[in-house]
Design a protein around this ligand. Sequence first.
Ligand code: IPD
Length: 261
Amino acid sequence: MPLHLLQIAKKLAHDAGALALDYQKRKLKIEKKAEINFVTEADIACEDLIVSTIKKNFPDHSIISEESGVHEGDGEYKWIIDPIDGTTNFANGLPFFSVSIAVVHKGKPIIGVIEIPATHETFHAKYGEGAFLNGKQIHVSKNNTLKDSLLATGFSYDRASKESIANMKIFEDAYNAGKGVRRTGSAALDLCYTACGRFDAYWEFGLHIWDIAAGKIIVEEAGGMVTNTDGTILNPKIGKLLASNGLVHSKMIDVIKNHYS
Ligand code: IPD
């Protein structure tokens, strides 16, 4: 692995986060991608900053980014980017948004960096070397009952999907079983909060690879588990994700499978 890959990923996440915070102070140009799915000029500016720097430093690397899609390269590395995860929060002036950057080598995720600019928090993980928050190693929580667990979920933009409808019922059961259920509005942030033990488990349907890629390696390197919602190996293309501290994983699968299989 090029030695400076992690440093560049961290700098890009940091710089894009600072740029996003700067945009958030101004009146933003916002466009609709779908009925309730938006993109702001800040998403585009942050993405341009990240993508142009990667192309300049690593012209043969491939890139998948939420707003501009696929940039094919013929090298062994691929970057997966969400320039602003939590765009709805961001556009409404809320602090729950993040910049998510993952690097994959020959199909295997090797680096995840997520910057939460409003709280000055940088999460990162490198395959086999642990997960860190602002340079300090982090671990998932040790709760092994749902009763003691703070849970989190999210709802996809497709309100009519069978997953969204089922998730309302799952939310209710999880609310009754756990200490509480949060919905932050940024999947990457939810994964970071699971990695450092603020949440014990997080699930969501309808996610995309750019929402998941960096957070998955951060949770796993913090000692947690990330699977499909039925417990099988995560397929980022179908985006039905359950992340947890590992100890409450099967208990959450049981809650979910009552309403969705
Ligand atoms: C969204 C956020 C949100 C989740 C949606 C995602 P975006 O990403 O992660 O928490 O509920 O499913 O699409 O669109 O703000 O980058």
